[in-house]
Design a protein around this ligand. Sequence first.
Ligand SMILES: Nc1ncnc2c1ncn2[C@@H]1O[C@H](COP(=O)(O)OP(=O)(O)OP(=O)(O)O)[C@@H](O)[C@H]1O
Ligand SMILES: [Mg+2]
Length: 291
Amino acid sequence: MLRASFRRENVVGVFAFGSWPKAGFCHSFCRIDLVRNVVGDVAMTLAAFNLRDVTLGYDGHPAVHHLDGEIVKGSLTAIVGPNGSGKSTLLKGLVGAIQPMGGLIERIGFQTYDIAYLPQASEIERSFPATVEDLVTLGLWRRKGLFTAIFETDRKDVSKALVAVGLEGFQTRAISALSGGQLQRALFARVLLQDAKVILLDEPFTAIDSKTVSDLIALVRRWHAEQRTIIAVLHDIELVRETFPDTVLLAREPVAWGKTVDALIPENLLKARRMNEARDETAPWCEPDAA
Ligand SMILES: Nc1ncnc2c1ncn2[C@@H]1O[C@H](COP(=O)(O)OP(=O)(O)OP(=O)(O)O)[C@@H](O)[C@H]1O
Ligand SMILES: [Mg+2]
């Protein structure tokens, strides 16, 4: 039996930046080492996600590349970067909504259906004729399956989740009649019901008031205390610094990947902005070498 004598090596941020102003898709800037646990002679990864030189994109065009690193189980990670830097694309890759054009994404100890994913608001169809209860009940699908009857116990669970996000009594309200903040709360209620090990949130706090942000942040902290793996895209750097211990800073490729205090230094933020501005949309894609 292995004894619990852990030697933890946190090795983060081995960077080799090239001439970044010429950023296209054939410039590899960084390679980030891993967080590993070593038990005796057996190396045991703590990763939930393991990415190996991943390229993600659409219709044969890469959107973000050289994604190379790990997201540790139970970690609370922010994904930060300018508009168009590939943040949502990375989440779509992690949840399996798009497949890598190159490289490998490993999900360790769970499947894509174990992930709760809250897409960016712009991707949510609000004109769909559904009530808040319909929306939140979708969080039960893994437990119940789709197209099954909803029982009184399910209704009680939905009701409890709505109370938890401050939407008591909103069951019959049409989702088209919700404010942005109320919709965000309803989506968090759905995530609550999903009871997922891994939670991906794409800009969950954009365009909502500070009271709603602090209520929803409290839920995120609770999920983190419950050892769930949480990854959220955010633009509010101060909120990231206050709440998220780990950060991936993107500019069509990782600029920094590690502890927030190290990743979000002004130099890296400037670098990300310049790299994103200087990217060459017509640069050829450096197709990964055949194995
Ligand atoms: N469905 C799509 N089809 C084609 N290209 C896409 C698609 N979605 C995103 N892109 C492109 O991929 C690149 C990265 O987009 P992505 O949505 O990941 O950026 P982002 O960092 O999430 O930006 P934002 O902060 O504006 O949400 C952009 O150039 C974008 O135009
Ligand atoms: Mg986005």
